[in-house]
Write a protein that binds this ligand. Structure first.
Ligand code: SIN
Length: 312
């Protein structure tokens, strides 16, 4: 695939890769208006190749973010477990550093951002794409990291690839609560339980590439393994998936936007922000994804919860 690199004419979309296999910063595009079909095509090609795209100076409101998102697929509801905050925008999930304490009055909630994960992998049809708009970001810190799961798979030995190609795992949504959590928060989790069995290696539906499908915050056990085997194998795979050589790190500023492919990328929200004096307000939309398929052609199987449905 031809990639337009930074030296090309400024009026065309400019794609500036940030790491060898993951992450590119895009300029020369205004996301607040409908994009010409050709630009949508160029962005989609760059997105599949670089797995996460970053845009700066895009002061969008909710309506513009939803409109931008819809050019790349159908929007899912804001969050499969927590729902939405603004009835006018059921597609938009807003996150700030006090979000759980504000919504659930929790006494001991750990922090608003999970560990390494791909979005909502406990669903049978997890969102394919996530689009995150940074509205009010700290002057420093509060970075988001991304990890390339195709590179992670490719870095395994041939023997380990053969083993993981045939494995499946159980993904469960269990929140990221502390010890003395509010009753309301626990009830929300229990009412919206979602659990699925997915292959440990996913064949990307658009590129055909194999990606390690290990979503550390949600992947609990490996099917057919003893608890000891499962724990040891998952410890190895989760550490491997987050290895710095597969990562790109994004330094935000106000009105930046990140768009990533949950089918081939993990992400990690910041922890440093919680103890800081700074706000950090972001708004996420997610786009419908399909049911994962493993290298053996087998689809994932649902265990609890309903498939995600698009917002019309
Ligand atoms: C997320 O985990 O979906 C958000 C990541 C971030 O806030 O940087």
């Amino acid at each position: 695939m031809a990639v337009e690199l930074a030296e090309q004419a400024p009026e065309t979309i400019v794609i500036k890769p940030l790491a060898m296999t993951i992450g590119a910063e895009v300029s020369g595009v205004d996301l607040s208006k409908p994009l010409p079909g050709q630009q949508v095509g160029e962005l989609r090609a760059a997105f599949l190749r670089w797995k996460v795209l970053f845009f700066r100076n895009q002061p969008l409101d909710h309506a513009q973010q939803v409109a931008f998102s819809r050019q790349f697929g159908e929007c899912t509801p804001a969050h499969a477990v927590y729902g939405h905050q603004d009835d006018a925008f059921p597609e938009v999930y807003s996150i700030d550093r006090d979000r759980r304490n504000k919504r659930y009055k929790g006494e001991d909630l750990l922090h608003p951002w999970s560990g390494w994960h791909a979005d909502i992998t406990p669903a049978i049809n997890p969102p394919a794409i996530s689009i995150l708009r940074g509205d009010k970001m700290p002057p420093y810190g509060g970075d988001t990291q991304f990890s390339d799961m195709v590179a992670a798979y490719n870095a395994l030995s041939p023997n380990m690839k053969e083993i993981v190609d045939g494995l499946r795992g159980i993904h469960r949504y269990q929140g990221n609560a502390g010890v003395n959590v509010s009753k309301e928060y626990v009830e929300t989790l229990n009412k919206n339980l979602i659990i699925s069995e997915h292959p440990l290696v996913r064949v990307h539906p658009e590129t055909g590439e194999k990606a390690l499908y290990v979503s550390p915050s949600f992947l609990e056990t490996i099917v057919g393994f003893t608890p000891t085997e499962s724990e040891a194998m998952l410890a190895m795979l989760k550490t491997h998936a987050a290895r710095p050589d597969f990562n790109v790190r994004f330094k935000w500023d106000d009105h930046a936007l990140a768009m990533w492919d949950n089918r081939q990328v993990l992400h990690l929200g910041p922890k440093d922000i919680v103890a800081s004096e700074f706000d950090r307000e972001i708004h996420r939309t997610t786009l419908m994804g399909d049911i994962p398929v493993g290298p053996d052609g087998r689809q994932s199987t649902p265990i609890e919860g309903n498939p995600i449905k698009p917002v019309n």
